[in-house]
Every structure is written in structure tokens, then in C-alpha cells.
Design a protein around this ligand. Sequence first.
Ligand code: G1P
Length: 202
Amino acid sequence: MRRISEIGTIAFVHQKEQLGLGHAVLMAKELVGDEPFAVLLSDDVMVNPGGVPVTEQLIEQYAAHRGSVIAVQRVPREAVGRYGIVAPVREEGRLVEINDLVEKPAVGEAPSDLAVLGRYILSPRIFDKLEMTPRGAGGEIQLTDAIRSLTREQPVFGYRFAGIRHDAGTRLGWLQANVAMSLESDQADEVRAYLRGLDLRD
Ligand code: G1P
């Protein structure tokens, strides 16, 4: 905790009403000011063992292309309803130029199988868009809807990041994230021994 407090200034803002992800991001408007910024959803645990961290990959793309960048990954068609889904206009390697997004579409209405995962580098213009975004899916102010509006006036890209995402919002995903990260830690040997010793017979 001490080390973390030494690497930067940490500030908190309180979202007094639970009006959705877009609303939560909007609460940081004054704190962020007029600069591009990163959004990290903590229930998406992203790891890229031995490689460039996922958020850093997105920052590199922002610097190279001067547009907002969203982490995306292909998901099975039947899972599109759990995610924001992007509409690609052009794909070049891992970079996907997008001109539309839909939050949690029905399977038949999804514009692709490229899902938004919880890392974004956003232009500060998003705050103006969020202020004008009405409640969307689930009655919440959706970040996806504000980004959709942003695509109308600024470039927005998806980036098929290198790495693995664990959905820590589910019990199994949370466990997988813990196992994966423990196996990369300085206690990896003990963790491996513990897992090997588990009696998993029914
Ligand atoms: C949020 C976003 C969604 C994104 C997802 C990734 O949804 O609204 O666009 O695909 O995170 O985990 P939530 O999981 O909060 O319902």
C-alpha cells in the first residue's frame, strides 16, 4: 500500500446515485480535465504474462492514431448480450476502426462478435457526450452510448489486445484470475503445490 501511495496521487470521487458506468465516469470530469484518460473496469482482470500490459498497449495505439481506443476481443455469438459490441468498418492487424457500438444487443442484432472489455483510453470530449446521454440499456447511462456518439465526430478504434481477460464478476472467473496471478507471483511454488495437492474426486 505504501509503495502504491508513492507512485502517484490517488483521489476518489463518490458516485452518489447508481446510474450506470457512463455516469460513474462522468463523476471524474473535473478531476481529469481536458486530457485523454484511461478507464479500467476492475472486474475485468487483464493479464499479458511477460508482455506489454494491456492498458499500455492501448496507450501506444492512442499515441499512434490520435483517437480513442477500446480493448476488444472476439466472443462466442451467444455471449454478445453480455457486452458492448462494436461495428467494425476496417480491420488492420489488431486495430479495428469502428463507427458504431451497441450495449448488450440481442444475438440477432449484434453488429459483430467483437466485444468491448474493461479498458478504454478516451478523449476528454467523452464528458460532453456523457452529459447528453440519456438512460439506455438497463435504465443506466451507458458509457457505450456516449462512445457511440463520439464516433460521429472523432476517430474511435478497437484494439484486439494481446493477453487474457478474466471476468472476476463471476465466481469461476474470479477464481481463475486469482490462480493465474498467483502462479505469476513470488508465491507461485506454494500455490502450485497447493493446487497439485487438491483432492478433486467427486
Ligand atoms: C460493462 C460495459 C460493457 C462491457 C463490459 C465489459 O458492462 O457496459 O460495454 O462490454 O463492461 O466487462 P457490465 O459488465 O458493467 O455490465
